[in-house]
Write a protein of this length. Structure first.
Length: 253
């Protein structure tokens, strides 16, 4: 009888985690490495060197600007040149720019859509093509958001991009499942990271958030890392086209 824990092992797998310098990306990269994967950790302005050093010899740091139309292709080429292939792609890198919708600059709109949605498609396309050319199974995990379902305020580009990530996930899953490539997404709730420190420090906003979360606490990066490991492993081979909310119950409230 097969040990169920063996299905979560990632030995001999190569994973690319974008936006892995800190926060969710770093936690996901470390979790995949602990499960046996060799991990390419990506950063842009914040280089992911510290994450690679924390993981050790089974990791390497790569830098690329995903806000550039050529950034995804450059990143994929660097990782493939170093490791030969990508078996697991975690599209975690993202950005958010806030303005009232009526005043939202088109330049900021284009930047957010490029990083959060277009680069996700570009990297998924590159990884998917390579997996199919090798006739190899693969895993693609996109980081969506609660704003894949909700509209938010003053973040029209972010909401549009994350709604797009959810739909892109389903579209790719429909085409590639027959090839042995599962494409899924995780929609994190309110997670305690450096990006959310201002919200946590705002006494009123922090209280309002916690009152809405049935679990009555902020999530931790490890909460997302566990879901990412599941979706990256053989344990989820019959799961595809799904957006998993990891939100302490926020969406069910």
């Amino acid at each position: 009888m097969q040990n169920i824990l063996d299905l979560f092992r990632l030995d001999q797998k190569v994973a690319l985690v974008t936006g892995a310098a800190t926060g969710l990306g770093a936690a996901i990269a470390e979790a995949l490495a602990q499960a046996g994967a060799t991990v390419a950790v990506h950063g842009n302005r914040r280089v992911a060197t510290e994450t690679a050093e924390a993981i050790g010899e089974k990791a390497a740091a790569f830098q690329a600007d995903l806000s550039s139309p050529t950034g995804a292709e450059e990143l994929f080429a660097k990782v493939k040149d170093k490791f030969g292939r990508i078996d697991i792609l975690i599209n975690n890198a993202g950005t958010i720019i806030r303005h009232p919708a009526a005043e939202y600059p088109i330049e900021d709109w284009q930047t957010v859509l490029q990083v959060n949605l277009t680069s996700v498609f570009q990297l998924s396309q590159l990884a998917g093509r390579d997996m199919m050319a090798r006739n190899a199974p693969g895993k693609i995990v996109n980081i969506a958001s609660l704003l894949s379902f909700q509209g938010g305020i003053r973040v029209p580009a972010y909401a549009a991009s994350k709604g797009g990530v959810a739909q892109l996930t389903k579209s790719l899953a429909n085409e590639w499942a027959v090839k042995g490539i599962q494409v899924n997404a995780i929609a994190p709730g309110y997670i305690s990271t450096t990006n959310t420190e201002p919200l946590q420090a705002d006494e009123t906003r922090n209280r309002q958030i916690l009152e809405r979360i049935p679990a009555a606490r902020w999530g931790q990066p490890i909460d997302i890392a566990g879901a990412a490991l599941y979706l990256s492993s053989a344990a989820s081979d019959y799961v595809t086209g799904t957006v998993i909310t990891v939100d302490g119950g926020w969406m069910g409230r």
